[in-house]
Design a protein around this ligand. Sequence first.
Ligand SMILES: Nc1nc2c(ncn2[C@@H]2O[C@H](COP(=O)(O)OP(=O)(O)OP(=O)(O)O)[C@@H](O)[C@H]2O)c(=O)[nH]1
Ligand SMILES: [Mg+2]
Length: 242
Amino acid sequence: MNDAVIVMPTYNEIENIEIILEKIFSLNLGLDVLVVDDNSPDKTFQKVQEMIDSNKYEDQLSLMIRENKEGLGKAYIAGFKRALSKEYKYVIEMDADLSHDPKYLHSFLENIKENDLVIGSRYVKGGGSVHWSRFRKLISSGGGLYARTILGIDIKDPTGGFKCFRREVLESIDLDKLITTGYAFQIEMNYRASIMGFRVKEIPIIFEDRVAGKSKMSKKIFIEALLKVIVLRFHKNDILRG
Ligand SMILES: Nc1nc2c(ncn2[C@@H]2O[C@H](COP(=O)(O)OP(=O)(O)OP(=O)(O)O)[C@@H](O)[C@H]2O)c(=O)[nH]1
Ligand SMILES: [Mg+2]
């Protein structure tokens, strides 16, 4: 077992999963990967199981299959709990759709040594996004500004999903009491870590639009995010009381 594990949620990522896993393992960074698949109709989980059975990755790769698609947040929570049941010091969140370039993993591992939460950010110097429509950029930067202003947190990119938690952060958050499930899950985790006083650092990443497979982002998820930010703000005292 390594010190750090990547928790990677998947839903219909058959075209991407093998490529991303191969890329990660070829870096030899001493990282384990736990794929959390919500019973993808395209059988993404089967591909992962084949890779495990090939014994090429020894015990570095593992798989958790959940019965139903319940959204990104629920998949992450299940993955976090599994990671915490082991001795990992660091838990990394990463998408399977090749939007998060594994070349940044090294930088996450360096920066987490002096921090509690490291966030891959499109909105710090050196960061950005490519192949995104202007509409998608507007939603992302507008959503970030909105969350930052209402919640009063100094995080330039509060919605991103490429990040690394020190174990203690996840242990301090009651994962059964999270208010959000969809897109806003990222904001909620950042908010909780920030107001609890953990050291948060943003590092620049260039975010690539997905090439294959479909986005699961929907109007419903977006509206949930807008409303839940306000709910979160009103729960600040409850969160701090624990
Ligand atoms: N297990 C699980 N994984 C999910 C679910 N929804 C999304 N994912 C995965 O979470 C990651 C991020 O989802 P995306 O659809 O790429 O969402 P996004 O990055 O906000 O949207 P795009 O930029 O359009 O790709 C991907 O690896 C998805 O396969 C879900 O309900 N369950
Ligand atoms: Mg994506």
